[in-house]
Structures are given as structure tokens and as C-alpha cells.
Design a binder for this molecule. Structure first.
Ligand SMILES: *[C@@H]1O[C@H](CO)[C@@H](O)[C@H](O)[C@H]1NC(C)=O
Ligand SMILES: *[C@@H]1O[C@H](CO)[C@@H](O)[C@H](O)[C@H]1NC(C)=O
Ligand SMILES: *[C@@H]1O[C@H](CO)[C@@H](O)[C@H](O)[C@H]1NC(C)=O
Ligand SMILES: *[C@@H]1O[C@H](CO)[C@@H](O)[C@H](O)[C@H]1NC(C)=O
Ligand SMILES: *[C@@H]1O[C@H](CO)[C@@H](O)[C@H](O)[C@H]1NC(C)=O
Ligand SMILES: *[C@@H]1O[C@H](CO)[C@@H](O)[C@H](O)[C@H]1NC(C)=O
Ligand SMILES: *[C@@H]1O[C@H](CO)[C@@H](O)[C@H](O)[C@H]1NC(C)=O
Ligand SMILES: *[C@@H]1O[C@H](CO)[C@@H](O)[C@H](O)[C@H]1NC(C)=O
Ligand SMILES: *[C@@H]1O[C@H](CO)[C@@H](O)[C@H](O)[C@H]1NC(C)=O
Ligand SMILES: *[C@@H]1O[C@H](CO)[C@@H](O)[C@H](O)[C@H]1NC(C)=O
Ligand SMILES: *[C@@H]1O[C@H](CO)[C@@H](O)[C@H](O)[C@H]1NC(C)=O
Ligand SMILES: *[C@@H]1O[C@H](CO)[C@@H](O)[C@H](O)[C@H]1NC(C)=O
Length: 798
């Protein structure tokens, strides 16, 4: 610090455009007893260069405390203390004390807040605003007790690091620094991922990822020359997101911010040049705004035009706040009297179609129908308000819909059910139809129905209609919430999922005595339910799952409990007591497919193998397309496929992937030895996981079943054979499929070739090339002609 005076001279020389007054007035050695006020000439402590300052800046109708990068015309806030607290009044002061920097609010009974919280020993003697934008608190021996670089908000600066498991949260807007709707998380699996905030983060809600998954632990670093890197430590860079300008340029400040539009951008600020090129975007995570999930509100969709974008309401909807395009949309009419068995629904409804549209929710049902049949199926279904239609697949949706977007690359066409004018009800004098609540979905404890019915009188309803559309929206919103809740919970009775107590299960498993397996989610125990006629059960004890509420957990279980298929292991019930979560499944007496294929004394016969392949395919098809909620398995492998007493293959562990912690999901599944090789390449490349990822795993499993060996086998005669998928392709190309099924007379070669071709299509690196499960089944059965598959590996042109 002895060099401070010479540094000052140096900086003054380097930054000729910056006010020099600030430097003389505020030394960067801040000592006790020099308070700041909100008054403009005494509101901050500046860095020696004058580029950064710590102090009060105006926010809303008051002030906030933060650090900013000052330029000639304004300031760019790079850090804010307690960003979600309300602004402080002009009476507030900031002072350095032994405990840290303290904010006094005289108008709030002298309330004091220590801005620099968490310091271990209250012995601060000085503070320093450094030239890289870091504000530090030091003790008498110049030891750093606290620094703003350790608590990033939406920005990291040159020299700053975003540690593993830390995150940036966007600001609401450039003028409101409180937490906004987007997150950038440095996951502890090494992947840097963007999610909408307040949504359970998982692969399906991520909208951008660095794709560096599998590195285990990494941190995001921005150095003084503008290199934005993922690194294991400063000496071990793993991936470069942006190459800066080699060599350190003291005139340039780099700043990487998760902007209020959800895009992560790296900026350079050149304080030497006074042209318009002073601020440059060096890199950005996405080019297309519409890729950002949650940018447009509920029931609206995003569309990009050259350099701009806009949010539009779906047909039949109007904006909640006409002045705010992000506010989302609501249906501005009340619908009465919908019955599924209506005689002439087309007299009441019509469809508006919008081409090239998609959105992020799962349909409540999928049917294989021609377009005309799809329309009429939706017409006769009171739940159906929108349909996404592509070549024969009719996916039905209810509102609200999230993450809508429209662009020419999307092949789906959306159909929206429109209510024709004559039966729309804002006609106030119209008598209330008797079954007014019918539209609100049959639900026993629907408070809204009860409310609406008990209001009874027409007058009340007229009053309701008369109040502002915003209230109507809120009402609807609650109803949406209700509908969603019912969609998850209302079916418990229908499917008789049993709720067990922990004691019951402890008794049934004889104190968790006989462990029959250990999977991704925890150990599995064998048990006997003596109450139900000594029925054998398998009890899975969930560990490492998201701490979520009882209601959410029940909802998840109900979703899984609703799946009934010959090729899926049936969930019988569950137990949730405090942190203890257990699942009860039917017991599979013949162990796993992995044991049968790789460990049995006599391998399964050809016919048996064919049956396994079709069993697994049908189970996946059901999960992907037939059951109410689309389920992506995410962890399909022979260990998760079980055999019942008739040797029917049944898939287990489905629907559980979303219970894992977001940043643990991939880590715990991906790094688990037995899963390696079944994961689609996109798990490594980025976070966008789809049904096609399961198709990949299915392809690997299929080849394993056919060839009766593991995907990776080290004990082989030639190195070519180590990886099954590569070896299969080699044999396929050379026309030597018989090599794959040595000494097996039973094999039917045309079937073998068909199976191998399907397998090779499924394991294509490019997810778009992999077939959907329904086509897989048609191909396996020989009903669909199978083109010759290309090499599974993407040819990467350097
Ligand atoms: C700041 O100034 C005080 C007194 O002027 C001095 O004791 C202290 O060492 C200085 N701290 C630094 C970091 O230069
Ligand atoms: C700044 O304002 C505070 C409160 O008004 C005052 O106590 C302090 O002395 C002022 N500091 C300077 C350097 O003027
Ligand atoms: C200065 O800061 C203001 C406020 O953030 C910004 O709008 C402006 O573009 C900046 N100008 C320069 C030249 O950096
Ligand atoms: C400042 O504080 C005084 C008393 O402490 C109070 O009367 C006054 O209203 C406050 N001003 C503001 C703007 O809060
Ligand atoms: C400053 O903090 C460091 C680390 O906590 C400690 O070792 C040192 O003794 C402290 N110095 C003083 C003067 O308190
Ligand atoms: C997230 O949820 C919290 C609590 O429900 C709410 O206060 C906050 O405004 C929400 N944030 C966003 C960005 O929606
Ligand atoms: C920033 O990182 C890059 C790449 O690791 C390196 O070449 C460069 O020297 C670094 N710059 C500084 C100022 O550390
Ligand atoms: C910067 O601006 C000043 C006055 O606006 C002008 O005289 C000077 O030539 C400019 N310098 C550069 C490098 O453009
Ligand atoms: C709904 O909004 C549309 C478009 O803004 C408007 O034409 C129509 O009259 C509205 N309907 C009702 C019932 O408010
Ligand atoms: C339904 O919409 C189509 C296309 O917009 C239109 O041709 C048809 O007349 C409409 N039907 C009714 C009953 O309004
Ligand atoms: C459509 O796809 C092409 C080629 O993949 C791509 O270059 C283009 O940016 C995409 N357009 C949109 C709007 O996503
Ligand atoms: C988008 O819509 C246009 C117009 O209907 C259509 O020609 C095009 O094929 C659609 N794009 C895709 C990818 O299907």
C-alpha cells in the first residue's frame, strides 16, 4: 500500500476524462468516522481511478447502497447491498465501524443494518474501494475481512470468480436492482446453467447451459483481460466462453452481467476512447431473446424480428397490463355450460390456428389423430383449450401455457379453441345458468365453486363482472392454480395409491433387513405386507432428494401412481414422514435384466431377447406418449429393468428424476458407474434433455440385449470390440452381423438386421435423427421400412 500515491498519479494519467476531484476528495483508504450521506457531494467512496464508487445511489423513491461503474453520463450498478430491501430515505447515512459498514436509518427509529455482514471477527479498521470494483473491509494487519467480490448479485467483474454452487440473479430492470426473474447457476456438476427463477430448476426448465457437465466442480472466472473461463482452479482452465484481448489493458474494464432479459453478456468498457464504441458486447449466451424461458408471461408467446422481439397473447387472450408486454395474458370472458358430451360443440366453438408455434408445458394427453379428428376431439373435451399438432400427433393442453415461442424452424401448428360471440357471457342481465360451476372441473373441495354458488344472486355476479379485468385475472389465476392442483391431486382416489406409515414399512421389511438393491435414489428392501395377504413388496428408501413439501411430494407420487402398464413396475404406495420418504413397489421376483443378460449361467434365448426388447420399447412408449403426463425416464439401463415371475420386463425408477436436486440430478446419475454409457451425448453438451435422450439409452439397451453383452467390455479379443455401439456399426457396415451373435443357431437374421438398424438409429449423436418411440415400435415389428442408418457419431467439421 506504500505505492498508493504513485498509483494515483498513474491512474489520473491513464484516465484523463475522469474527474480528478473525486480522487483527492476520497482516498481509497477509508477509516472509521467518515460517514457518507445521500447528499450528492458526499455520497460515495471512490476508487483511486474514480471509475468505481461505493455508496448511495438513487433507486425508486429513495436510495440503495451499492457499487457502480461511473462514466461521464451515468453509472452502471455492479453490486447492491440487500438488493431486495426497500429503498432507504434521504436521511440515511453509511459509516465504517469495527463491525463493518453500517447503514443508519434515522427515520426508522435509528435502525442499523451492517451491510458487510458475516465478518468473523469484528475488528475492521479500514475499508478500500479498489480499482477493479472490489470493496474490501480490512483489519489492522490489512487482512481482508469481507469483500464485495464474494457476494455477486447480477454481475462479475474482471478479477472476480463465481464459485461452484453460487449464482447470479438478474435485476428487475436497469433502474431496479432487486432480484429479477432469471438465474445463472454455477452448478456443482461443472455446468453453468440459466433458469427462470422461482421454477423448480431442472433440465426441462433450463434455457441455456455451458454444457461443461461432468467436470465435477468448476468456477466461472472473468480475468482482467476479458477471458471468461470455466476453470477448476486459476491454473486449470477447462473451457473458454469468451476470449478477451490478450494482454492486460488498464483502460478497459470487463463486466459480465446476467441482464434483465435473461441473457448473460460480457461487456467491455473502454475508458480511453471517447467514440461510441466505448461499450461493446464481447460475448452473449444467446442471440435469440425468445430462447429465454419465462421472458414473456403466462399465456403469451415470444417472436423475434430481425433484432428485436415481442410478446403476443394467444388468440382469445388479452394482456394483463396493456403497458407491459411481459405481464402475460388472460382470457377475457367467462365460459358457462361446457359439457364433454355436447351435441353440437362446433356451434359454440371454433379454432384459430397459428403455424410454427410451440410452448414448454406438457400436454395432458397425446393422441394419434388426423387433424380433423384432432379438432373434433378437442371440441368435445372441456379441458382442451389448445392443441399442438404435427404429423398425426395431437397433443392437448389446458391453460395456462408457459414459454411460448414462434419461429419458422418450429414445425408444429397450434390450434386454439375460440368461443363464438353469441355465448360469451359479459351480458350482465343474463340469468346465471344453473350449473354455473360446471366449467370449473368436477372437484370436491373446489372453494371457488362453493364461493360462486353461495354468492347465489345475479346481482353479486354482475358486480363481479363489473370490477376491473385485473381482478378477473387474479380470480382466474387462482382458478388456474386450482386446476393445476386438481390435475395433480384429484386423482388420488381413482388410483388408490396407498399411504403407509414409517412403522408399517419398518415392520413389513423386518427393520430394513433384506437389501435387494441400491440405486440412484437409495437402497431397496424386500418386504411382506401381511395385511394384504402376504404380498411381496419392494421398499425404496429415497435419499438425496429435493426437500419439498408433503403436497408436492404427494403430487409427484400421484403422477407416478397413475401410470399403469404391463411393462412398468407398479407403484403401490408411499410414505412421507418428516424427512423420511419411501416408495412401495410391487416385488419383481426375477431380478434385473442386467443380471439375466450379463450374469446368468445360460444367457436368454433369441426369442426371449426379442420379447425383452419389445417389452422395454412398449414401456417407454407408454411413458413418453400414452400416459397423461409425459415422463422422461432419464436413467434407463438394464439395472433399472426388472423381471417379474413370468419373465416380463418391467421398467422401474421412472418419474423420479425430477425429485433429485437440480444440480445433483446429473451428478448423481451421471457419475454413477453403472449409468455411464447409457447417457445421450446431450447430457454432456447441454442441459436440454428430451424424450430423445431416453431413445438413446433405449438404443444402447437394445444392442446389449441383442448381443448379450455390456456396452463397454474390456475383456474382448480386439480393441474394436470394446465399445459395443461402435463395434455393431463396424459389423453392420461390413455385413458381418453374425459376428455379434456367435454360436446362436436360433437367430433369425432378417430380424437381427432390423433390430440392429433400429438400435443404430436410436444411438445417433444428433437427437433429431433418433426416431420417436412409436416409430421404433413400428420398425421393430417390421411395419415401417427402416432406412440404412448413418454412423452414430456426429462428424464434426473442425
Ligand atoms: C489507512 O490510514 C490509516 C491512518 O491514516 C493507517 O493507519 C492505515 O494503515 C491505512 N491503511 C491502509 C490499508 O493503507
Ligand atoms: C458527509 O455527510 C455526513 C452526514 O451529513 C457528515 O457527518 C460527514 O462529515 C460528511 N463527510 C464529509 C467528508 O463531508
Ligand atoms: C454511461 O452510463 C449510462 C448509464 O448506465 C449508460 O446509459 C451509458 O451508455 C454509458 N455511457 C458510456 C459512454 O459508457
Ligand atoms: C428525516 O428524519 C427526521 C427526524 O429524524 C424526520 O422528521 C424526517 O421526516 C426525515 N426525512 C425523511 C425524508 O425521511
Ligand atoms: C486480522 O485477521 C487475521 C485473520 O483473521 C488475524 O490473523 C489477525 O490477527 C488480525 N489482525 C488484527 C490486528 O486483529
Ligand atoms: C419469487 O417468489 C417470491 C416468493 O413467492 C416472490 O416474492 C418473488 O417476487 C418471486 N420472484 C420473481 C422473480 O418472480
Ligand atoms: C486471462 O486468461 C487468459 C487465458 O487463460 C490468459 O492468457 C491471460 O494472460 C489472462 N490475463 C490475465 C490478466 O490474467
Ligand atoms: C475525444 O473527444 C474530444 C472532445 O470531445 C476530442 O477533442 C478528441 O479528439 C477525442 N479523442 C479521441 C481519441 O477520439
Ligand atoms: C376481449 O378482448 C377483445 C380484444 O381486446 C375485445 O374485442 C373483446 O370485446 C373482449 N371481450 C370481452 C368479453 O371483454
Ligand atoms: C371457424 O373458423 C374458420 C376459419 O377461420 C371459418 O372459415 C369458419 O367459418 C368458422 N366457423 C364458424 C362457425 O364461425
Ligand atoms: C432456424 O434454423 C437455422 C438453421 O439451424 C438457424 O440458423 C436459425 O437461426 C434458426 N432460426 C430461429 C429463429 O431459430
Ligand atoms: C412454418 O410455417 C410455414 C408456413 O406454413 C411452413 O411452410 C413451414 O414448413 C413451417 N416450418 C416448419 C419447420 O415446419
Amino acid at each position: 500500500m506504500a505505492s498508493v500515491p504513485s498509483l494515483l498519479v498513474f491512474y489520473v494519467f491513464l484516465f484523463p476524462h475522469v474527474s480528478v476531484k473525486a480522487v483527492t476528495k476520497n482516498s481509497n483508504n477509508i477509516t472509521e468516522g467518515s460517514p457518507l450521506s445521500t447528499n450528492a457531494n458526499n455520497n460515495s467512496w471512490s476508487s483511486p481511478s474514480g471509475l468505481f464508487a461505493f455508496g448511495f445511489y438513487p433507486q425508486g423513491d429513495g436510495y440503495a447502497v451499492g457499487i457502480w461503474l461511473a462514466n461521464q453520463t451515468g453509472r452502471i450498478i455492479v453490486w447492491t447491498a440487500n438488493r431486495d430491501d426497500p429503498p432507504v430515505s434521504s436521511n440515511a447515512t453509511l459509516e465504517l465501524t469495527r463491525n463493518g459498514v453500517v447503514l443508519h436509518q434515522t427515520d426508522q427509529q435509528g435502525k442499523e443494518i451492517v451491510i458487510t455482514d458475516d465478518i468473523s471477527s469484528p475488528a475492521a479498521t479500514s475499508a478500500a474501494m479498489l480499482d477493479d470494483g472490489n470493496f474490501q473491509l480490512l483489519n489492522a494487519s490489512h487482512h481482508v475481512l469481507w469483500q464485495s467480490f464474494d457476494y455477486p448479485t447480477d454481475t462479475i467483474l474482471g478479477g472476480q470468480i463465481l464459485l461452484s454452487s453460487h449464482q447470479l440473479a438478474s435485476s428487475k430492470s436497469t433502474s431496479d436492482q432487486s432480484s429479477g426473474p432469471f438465474l445463472l447457476i454455477m452448478q456443482n456438476d461443472g455446468n453453468l446453467v440459466s433458469y427462470p427463477a422461482n421454477i423448480s430448476s431442472g433440465p426441462e426448465t433450463a434455457y441455456w447451459a455451458s454444457g461443461s457437465f461432468g467436470i465435477r466442480v468448476a468456477e466461472l472466472s472473468l480475468n482482467h483481460s476479458g477471458f471468461l473461463l470455466l476453470q477448476q482452479s486459476p491454473k486449470r482452465p477447462l473451457r473458454t466462453l469468451s476470449k478477451g484481448d490478450p494482454g492486460e489493458n488498464k483502460n478497459v474494464i470487463y463486466r459480465a452481467t446476467l441482464d434483465d432479459d435473461g441473457i448473460f453478456r460480457l461487456y467491455s468498457h473502454n475508458f480511453r476512447s471517447n467514440t461510441s464504441s466505448r461499450v461493446k458486447v464481447m460475448w452473449s449466451s444467446l442471440q435469440d431473446h425468445c430462447e429465454v424461458k419465462g421472458l414473456c408471461g403466462l399465456n403469451s408467446y415470444c417472436q423475434t424480428f430481425s433484432n428485436n422481439f415481442d410478446c403476443f397473447c394467444y388468440p382469445g387472450f388479452v394482456r394483463i397490463d396493456p403497458r407491459n408486454k411481459f405481464s402475460g395474458c388472460y382470457q377475457n370472458f367467462t365460459l358457462v355450460n361446457c359439457r364433454d358430451d355436447e351435441d353440437n360443440p362446433w356451434l359454440r366453438y371454433n379454432f384459430t390456428s397459428v403455424k410454427n408455434m410451440s410452448w414448454g408445458d406438457n400436454p395432458y394427453t397425446v393422441q394419434l389423430l388426423e387433424e380433423a379428428a384432432c379438432r373434433s376431439s378437442c371440441l368435445q373435451d372441456c379441458n382442451c383449450w389448445a392443441v399442438l399438432y404435427t404429423s398425426n400427433s395431437c397433443r392437448k393442453f389446458n391453460f395456462p401455457l408457459r414459454y411460448g415461442k414462434r419461429n419458422l424452424n418450429i414445425s408444429e401448428t397450434a390450434l386454439f379453441k375460440i368461443v363464438l360471440e353469441n355465448i360469451v357471457t359479459p351480458n350482465h342481465s343474463r340469468p346465471v345458468p344453473e350449473n354455473h360451476g360446471a366449467m370449473l372441473i368436477e372437484s370436491k373441495n373446489n372453494t371457488i365453486v362453493t364461493l360462486a354458488l353461495s354468492l347465489g344472486s345475479v346481482a353479486c355476479l354482475c358486480f363481479l363482472f363489473a370490477i376491473s379485468s385485473f381482478i378477473v385475472y387474479k380470480h382466474r389465476y387462482r382458478r388456474y392454480a386450482k386446476l393445476l392442483e386438481n390435475a395433480h391431486l384429484g386423482l388420488t382416489e381413482d388410483f388408490s395409491l396407498q399411504s403407509f406409515s414409517y412403522n408399517e414399512l419398518e415392520r413389513a421389511t423386518n427393520g430394513f433387513n433384506e437389501e435387494i438393491g441400491k440405486g440412484t435414489f437409495g437402497a431397496v428392501y424386500r418386504g411382506i405386507l401381511s395385511e394384504s395377504g402376504n404380498k411381496a413388496i419392494a421398499v425404496k428408501r429415497l435419499e438425496k432428494v429435493v426437500e419439498e413439501g408433503v403436497r408436492e411430494f404427494r403430487a409427484e407420487m400421484t403422477t407416478i401412481g397413475r401410470t399403469h402398464h404391463r411393462n412398468l413396475v407398479q407403484l403401490l404406495g408411499f410414505c412421507i414422514e418428516g424427512s423420511k420418504k419411501l416408495l412401495v413397489y410391487e416385488f419383481m421376483s426375477n431380478g434385473s435384466l442386467a443380471d439375466r443378460l450379463f450374469k446368468a449361467a445360460s444367457p436368454p434365448t433369441w426369442r426371449e431377447r426379442m420379447r425383452f426388447v419389445l417389452d422395454v420399447a412398449r414401456g417407454i412408449f407408454y411413458l413418453h406418449e400414452e400416459c397423461g403426463v409425459h415422463i422422461i425416464h432419464c436413467n434407463l439401463k438394464p439395472q433399472n429393468i426388472l423381471l417379474d415371475d413370468t419373465w416380463t420386463a418391467k421398467i422401474s425408477d421412472f418419474g423420479l428424476a425430477r425429485l433429485l436436486m437440480p444440480n445433483q440430478a446429473k451428478a448423481s446419475m451421471g457419475l454413477q458407474g453403472t449409468s455411464i454409457g447409457y447417457f445421450a451425448p446431450e447430457w454432456q453438451k447441454n442441459a436440454m434433455i428430451s424424450v430423445k435422450s431416453d431413445i438413446y439409452s433405449f438404443g444402447v439397451v437394445l444392442l446389449e440385449i441383442i448381443c448379450c453383452r455390456r456396452n463397454i467390455e474390456v475383456n474382448v479379443s480386439t480393441p474394436d470390440e470394446i465399445t459395443l455401439s461402435q463395434w455393431v456399426y463396424t459389423c453392420f457396415q461390413a455385413g458381418e452381423l453374425s459376428k455379434l451373435v456367435r454360436d446362436d443357431d436360433e437367430v433369425d437374421f432378417p430380424t437381427l438386421e432390423r433390430m440392429i438398424k433400429v438400435g443404430l438409429w436410436c444411438i445417433q449423436d444428433d437427437p433429431t435423427l433418433r426416431p420417436l418411440m412409436k416409430d421404433v415400435i413400428l420398425m421393430l415389428e417390421g411395419t415401417l421400412v427402416i432406412p440404412v442408418p448413418p454412423s452414430p457419431e456426429l462428424v464434426i467439421v473442425p
